[in-house]
Design a protein around this ligand. Structure first.
Ligand code: ADP
Length: 256
């Protein structure tokens, strides 16, 4: 799978990665809440060159009706890679991979949402990858959690995720495309940082017990960093809304 760039001779040179990062360094991450006016909640995440938009609709009437659950909301998660997200045009429509990723994301977000507070309704979470450069399921989870909170849906906590793995025999945090394609293993992890509950843990490749333990620790530490960015994105949006409201209040003579 992957891009147009061929296999490099080495992935780690003098203790540094090919994109200049240290082994335990995240890519630059930007998160913005409320970027889609037509959705009830939304978020954009840019993590290195990976870029994902997420839109949340609901809780709303559950259609088709047979999906409706008497004691909880039905959570519909749809992960899509848009056709221009990869160097070679990705075929539109669901694939085996996107269906699997949508399912693991649903399982990973469900424990964080008070679904039981919205019986017989549906919550739609659409995650569109507009540029794929590894770590897309994790970035999609981070954006989805912010978008759900932005939609005002009751949550126990945000969900935060990151993937690390092994490249050239070194454990590396937040792999980018070359490491993901030519490395030996990758391990995505998602958690609710407040309670430290892990809601997703996958592994692809070969790792021994000590490496697994180290990667889990590395991911957890990085999730705590990303969690702060998610919270700031929400704070930023609501603070700017508050400022607009108070400015409007002042203009109408109702401000204080
Ligand atoms: P994740 O994005 O969560 O790491 P995978 O491990 O399945 O998921 O995919 C790794 C990376 O491979 C993706 O992030 C993307 O950069 C690339 N990739 C996936 N599917 C394609 C595709 N159809 N064409 C080109 N690159 C792809």
């Amino acid at each position: 799978m992957g891009g147009t760039v061929g296999k490099p001779e080495k992935l780690i040179v003098n203790g540094k990665r090919l994109d200049g990062r240290k082994l335990d360094e995240l890519r630059p991450i930007k998160i913005k809440a409320g970027i889609i006016p037509n959705a009830d909640g939304s978020a954009l995440i840019e993590q290195g060159e990976t870029r994902i938009m997420c839109a949340v609709y609901g809780p709303r009437e559950c259609l088709p009706k047979h999906l409706s659950e008497a004691d909880r909301a039905y959570l519909n998660c749809v992960y899509t890679m848009v056709s221009f997200s990869t160097p070679e045009r990705a075929r539109p429509g669901p694939s085996r991979r996107s269906v699997e990723i949508s399912k693991v994301i649903k399982d990973c977000l469900s424990p964080a949402i008070f679904l039981e507070r919205y019986p017989r309704t549906k919550i739609d979470v659409y995650m569109d990858v507009t540029n794929a450069n590894a770590g897309t399921r994790c970035a999609a989870i981070c954006a989805a959690a912010v978008a759900l909170a932005d939609a005002g849906i009751d949550m126990r906590d945000l969900v935060t995720a990151v993937a690390s793995g092994k490249a050239d025999g070194h454990l590396v945090l937040d792999m980018f495309e070359l490491e993901d394609n030519y490395g030996e293993a990758d391990m995505p992890l998602a958690m609710m940082p407040r309670t430290s509950e892990i809601t997703l843990l996958q592994m692809d490749g070969e790792l021994d017990k000590t490496e697994i333990k180290k990667l889990i620790e590395m991911n957890i530490k990085a999730c705590r960093e990303i969690y702060e960015l998610q919270k700031s994105a929400l704070r930023e949006k609501y603070e700017s809304e508050k400022n607009i409201e108070s400015e409007e209040g002042e203009q109408n003579g109702t401000g204080n």
